[in-house]
Design a protein around this ligand. Structure first.
Ligand code: FAD
Ligand code: SF4
Length: 510
């Protein structure tokens, strides 16, 4: 009996029960494939990072005595397609049972199900043993409810897993300290230098160049800074709770021209490849807080736990509940083209220039840059959500469809008509000025609306509300904005709309 077990590039969980004992009869396989590198244009650091972590994982398995078939991107026997690589191994090794771990992406889940239907040998699929929830737990929780509020799900998760709960009540008296998570960073709290790893990836870069994968972004250092295995990921997590947790919550939404990461953990890459488990992240951070509760406030810890136990599990549950239709939704009927400057960072708008250049240089932007700078701009300028998804899915180191899609199409673009976000996340320049120092060095004037040097966000904001009135007027959370719009002088509104139209039609000139 020979069993073939597939490990996908984002299933690098060395603590999975599959690996507890070695067996001669089991062959593990991992493939670097054009099928995965080419479905969108990815950031060079993302492709390198996935391959580096996969190669490291295969080496770890081999050193533990497991049998491993690893296809590099330039191997001659690599067909570059998942099903075809599997078929060739099944034939070459006389395999009579095929096993895989449930993929987190709908696309691969569908492919593997179809593949197994056609196979003449036994097949089985297993849990990846990573998430707190099963694929359907969120849908079961919300069954019969009209609204899918993250906050309700989060409270259920806190209680179910007994996390920051004291005698059935939230520790500290509040479920959510979101309101104290909105401070502007003024440079008083120093940010320690961020942790980086010197992973030598020159041979991977050579392989990628040899086969000619079309990537985006910049890779200056040539050593890969993110963790590529469990050991490094654990070090990164430790660095976070020892140095950054103490002010994480306070500055979660802050942005600064000189700081790429501020107090963010940068663990999303490790988490999404399953180098780290969400349970271990939450438990370790809480354990550290317990030993340092004289220095660390509950609001910082709750703010962090909410991201992992709340948002991350919520997005996964929504993805599985709403796919495959979700990927096609365009509730606001947005059709404009993504401007060229999203690929170059060349724009006079300082906030966008910084957020896009961060993304191009580091394959990273934190959630407020993704939501309230780039996301806000593309929503206000009414860009086609398919183009937005392709950009977000390609550019970020942590972008895997199950988490990227609900965050982008739902949370950020309101393309689902309000299933994930109860109102569109839009703002004028005032919010950006409140949360960052971007406006100080900007070509545009944050206070102006219609003059030649007026901040583009100011006219785009009112124009959006006016143009999308038919979609949004029934939304109670938008009532105040519409009553302000209705009070606006008609001549002023017409000037605002004229400027907004010019920005939308000539985005690369701004
Ligand atoms: C438009 C948009 C697109 C996004 N695309 C992705 C994506 O492709 N992949 C991805 O992992 N996250 C995505 N996010 C969520 C968030 O921006 C990133 O998880 C975060 O910036 C990663 O950096 P960090 O590890 O330093 O996060 P921290 O701020 O330190 O947060 C800790 C962890 O919480 C989790 N988390 C925080 N917010 C979210 C969220 N909204 N959804 C799910 N998990 C969350 C992440 O695992 C993150 O590592 C997106 C957000 C927006 C608004
Ligand atoms: S003035 Fe407007 S465009 Fe410039 S940084 Fe501020 S919000 Fe962005």
């Amino acid at each position: 009996m020979k069993t073939l077990r597939l490990i996908l590039g984002d299933q690098l969980n060395i603590e999975h029960s599959w690996f507890t004992k070695t067996e001669e009869s089991i062959l593990y396989c991992l493939f670097e494939m054009r099928q995965e590198t080419d479905y969108v244009r990815h950031h060079i650091q993302k492709v390198v990072g996935f391959f580096a972590a996969m190669r490291d994982f295969a080496d770890q398995l081999k050193s533990k005595g497991h049998q491993v078939a690893y296809f590099k991107i330039n191997d001659v026997n690599n067909t570059q397609k998942l099903s075809e690589n599997l078929i060739s191994l099944i034939h070459d090794y006389g395999v009579n049972r095929f096993e895989y771990l449930y993929p987190d992406e709908y696309r691969l889940d569908h492919e593997l199900k179809e593949f197994c239907k056609k196979l003449q040998i036994e097949t089985a699929a297993y849990d990846s043993e990573h998430f707190y929830t099963s694929r359907t737990e969120l849908a079961d929780f919300f069954k019969g409810k009209k609204q899918f509020l993250m906050e309700n799900f989060y409270r259920y998760m806190r209680k179910k897993h007994d996390i920051l709960i004291v005698m059935g009540q939230p520790e500290g008296g509040q479920w959510n300290y979101d309101k104290s998570n909105r401070k502007k960073w003024n440079g008083k709290e120093t940010i320690p230098p961020y942790i980086k790893f010197d992973n030598n990836v020159s041979s991977i870069i050579k392989d990628i160049e040899e086969v000619g994968i079309d990537t985006l972004g910049i890779f200056k250092s040539k050593t890969f800074e993110y963790p590529v295995n469990k050991e490094q990921a654990t070090e990164q997590l430790k660095y976070f709770y020892e140095n950054l947790l103490v002010t994480f919550g306070d500055y979660q939404d802050a942005m600064d021209t000189n700081e790429v990461y501020l107090f963010h953990s940068r663990i999303s890459f490790a988490l999404n490849l399953k180098l780290l488990s969400p349970k271990e992240v939450v438990n370790t951070v809480i354990a550290y807080y317990r030993n340092h509760s004289d220095k660390i406030d509950i609001s910082q810890v709750e703010g962090f736990v909410r991201q992992i136990l709340g948002w991350r599990e919520y997005m996964r549950g929504m993805y599985w509940h709403l796919m495959p239709k979700y990927k096609t939704l365009n509730h606001l009927n947005n059709k404009n083209q993504l401007p060229d400057f999203f690929w170059t960072g060349k724009t006079k708008m300082n906030c966008l220039s910084h957020s896009i250049n961060n993304s191009l240089q580091n394959a990273y932007a934190h959630h407020i840059q993704r939501l309230m700078i780039t996301g806000n701009y593309v929503l206000l300028t009414q860009i086609d959500p398919d183009q937005i998804d392709a950009w977000y899915l390609g550019i970020y180191i942590d972008a895997v469809e199950w988490v990227q899609l609900p965050n982008t199409r739902g949370m950020s673009q309101y393309a689902d008509g309000g299933i994930i976000a109860t109102k569109p996340y839009i703002s004028s320049g005032a919010y950006i000025n409140k949360m960052s120092n971007y406006c100080k060095g900007c070509h545009y004037d944050n206070k102006e609306k219609t003059s030649e040097n007026a901040c583009p966000f100011n006219s785009l904001y009112w124009n959006f509300l006016d143009e999308k009135r038919s979609y949004l007027k029934g939304n109670r959370r938008m009532g105040m904005m519409y009553s302000l719009l209705d009070k606006m002088d008609a001549v002023q509104l017409s000037k605002i709309k004229e400027r907004a139209t010019n920005i939308i039609q000539n985005p690369n000139e701004y």
